[in-house]
Design a protein around this ligand. Structure first.
Ligand code: PRP
Ligand code: MG
Length: 225
């Protein structure tokens, strides 16, 4: 007997979106037993599995059809799409619905006291970032040349240790910038979480699960407004 198909949803294992994502799924009625080490969590009361991964892996997992759905920040999604475009790979996904959490902006920030006179002041400088593609697009669109230094986290430390002149990272409350003596000078991208879906049509059984889940997600979002 073939096993019953299960809808597979990718979500961030730990970080900015993980608590809100987990709360959303629970409010949709999914009985989830998420423990730190369990990376593929079985939903007890619906044919759904939750795959818990690094956020930067979610776009690829959905685009390649490994996961049917993913909950991911628009910033991560756009960065992945630009990266794929660079390698002449298609980045196909459906943005099923926007979600009303995970709001933040991707901004360039400079050390306090930096004489910022507009975007040209950034020309020739070096920036630490987790989002080189988004930053590169911004630099090109504004006709400036900049250098990158890739950091996957704790980006705000880079100027103080001489690794970079400035940074380009996510800002939510602004507390991390302030604690590290940095001032936001340019917002380059606004982001929220989104539910994305693979472009390949889902088999009927999986589509039926999604048809049950989606109105619940939208209901939870509405209740939060
Ligand atoms: C995120 C982000 C910023 C910070 C922004 O980092 O990279 O550093 O949060 O939030 P704030 O404006 O409210 O301070 P996170 O704490 O997830 O750690 P990481 O960068 O080391 O992964
Ligand atoms: Mg950070």
């Amino acid at each position: 007997m073939t096993p019953e198909p299960r809808l597979r949803i990718a979500m961030q294992k730990s970080g900015r979106l993980s608590d809100d994502t987990q709360a959303l799924l629970k409010r949709c009625g999914l009985k989830l037993n998420v423990s730190d080490r369990r990376l593929l969590a079985h939903v007890a009361n619906m044919p759904i599995d939750i795959m818990r991964v690094r956020s930067s892996d979610i776009p690829g997992l959905v685009m390649d059809g490994v996961c049917d759905l993913g909950i991911v920040g628009d910033n991560t999604l756009e960065e992945a799409a630009l990266e794929r475009a660079l390698m002449a790979q298609k980045s196909q996904y459906i943005r099923t619905t926007g979600l009303n959490f995970g709001g933040c902006r991707l901004s360039i920030a400079m050390p306090e006291g930096f004489d910022y006179q507009g975007i040209d002041s950034l020309n020739g400088l070096r920036f630490a970032t987790t989002y080189p593609q988004l930053l590169n697009r911004f630099a090109k669109a504004n006709g400036i040349n900049i250098e990158f230094c890739l950091l996957k986290g704790s980006v705000e430390v880079a100027p103080r240790v001489g690794l970079a002149d400035g940074i380009c990272d996510l800002v939510s409350t602004g507390a991390t910038l302030e604690a590290n003596g940095l001032v936001e000078v340019e917002e380059i991208f606004r982001s929220k979480a989104s539910l994305i879906q693979t472009v390949t049509a889902l088999p009927a059984e999986k589509q039926a699960i999604l048809d049950t889940l989606l109105p619940r997600i939208q209901g939870v979002m509405k209740a939060k407004e």
